[in-house]
Design a protein around this ligand. Sequence first.
Ligand SMILES: Cc1cc2nc3c(=O)[nH]c(=O)nc-3n(C[C@H](O)[C@H](O)[C@H](O)COP(=O)(O)O)c2cc1C
Ligand SMILES: CCCCC(=O)C(=O)O
Length: 377
Amino acid sequence: MAHSQIVTCIDELEQHARTHLPKNAFDYYSSGANDQRTLAENRAAFYRLRFLPRILRDVSQVDLGVSLLNGTQTLASPICIAPTAMQRMAHPDGEIATARAAAASESLMILSSWSTTSIEDVAAANGNAGARWFQLYVYRDRAVTAQLVKRAEQSGYTALVLTVDTPILGRREADIRNGFRLPPHLRLANFSETDSKATGVSITDKKDSGLAAYVAAQIDQTLTWKDVKWLQSITKLPIILKGVLSPEDATLAVDHGVQGILVSNHGARQLDGVPATIEALPGIVAAVGSRCDVYLDGGVRRGTDVLMALALGAKAVFVGRPVLWGLAYKGEEGVQIALTLLQQELKLAMQLAGCSKLADLTPSLVVSASTYTHAKL
Ligand SMILES: Cc1cc2nc3c(=O)[nH]c(=O)nc-3n(C[C@H](O)[C@H](O)[C@H](O)COP(=O)(O)O)c2cc1C
Ligand SMILES: CCCCC(=O)C(=O)O
């Protein structure tokens, strides 16, 4: 795809990234775990659903506006940016470009703990108009963890997204083959050299996958529900648990007073064989009811995917790789292209489905394809 050409869908951005990014980076961004069964399922499960559109409803005006976390976070659209590590491998501007594009698109950005730009610099790029949450990995060293929380609070991040599906890194075989490590000109910008070397393993060390070794050394595998309480004791920010797939855990999350649940399988990069997130969503929505927000990420590549997730009860959806592909295409402008494409596709899908606002979306808009395959004619 030439730079002057019009980008018509997210998959085109991915194709561009595949042919333009260094293999080490593209493989890291695109991979799932093991046989990548869940990676395929995250897309395939959307394909197994069908819309039952309603007709003869006035769809001349469409409002994509949404408010999250009990009305404390209002957004122009429910399409938001999932945290992805090390964005400067995709474009020299990395997280700065993402933060600017998010603000320009009135979207919400979650910044990864593992950004290649600091918490403070991303906040400055996102600006007063921007909406930003901070994704937290809990380090064995709780002083390091508490410091991240404090810096996020001081820099105007309005929620903490605690990732709970990564006590250890999933098995990503391309990274093992490539001996993946962060290119030497980049660093995990939120940590000092001393922090990241504290246990003798750095992400740039020459191991099979530098990343897996670093996670094993640094991330706290003892994490339990009591640590959610610990986090609540050191911050007043709302907490969203990211990586929930079981309805039982969703209930526990609500019982522990979290304000949001992000139904996620980490872009199929952790435990291979877990369900697609769109399959896991209804059970979690049923367990949680209106007691806290439920969001979804994983395999969202089309406005129609967004519409399905919202109809099945997600308040907002997050995209990971589409933002990386946008970055790789044209930095800030590329991320805006990705977000705008999804927003326009969502608006169009809503009009064609007979919906003019998000409150019109109900589960009756979506049915399983098997309803038709097995129908007695
Ligand atoms: C390259 C890459 C890096 C990621 N880094 C993080 C991270 O640092 N923290 C985190 O909580 N999730 C991380 N994730 C998971 C995403 O937040 C999100 O769950 C996932 O990408 C959504 O699926 P999608 O890429 O199909 O949209 C990462 C995902 C990818 C692809
Ligand atoms: C602790 C893992 C950080 C990066 C990440 O989440 C991923 O590569 O999926």
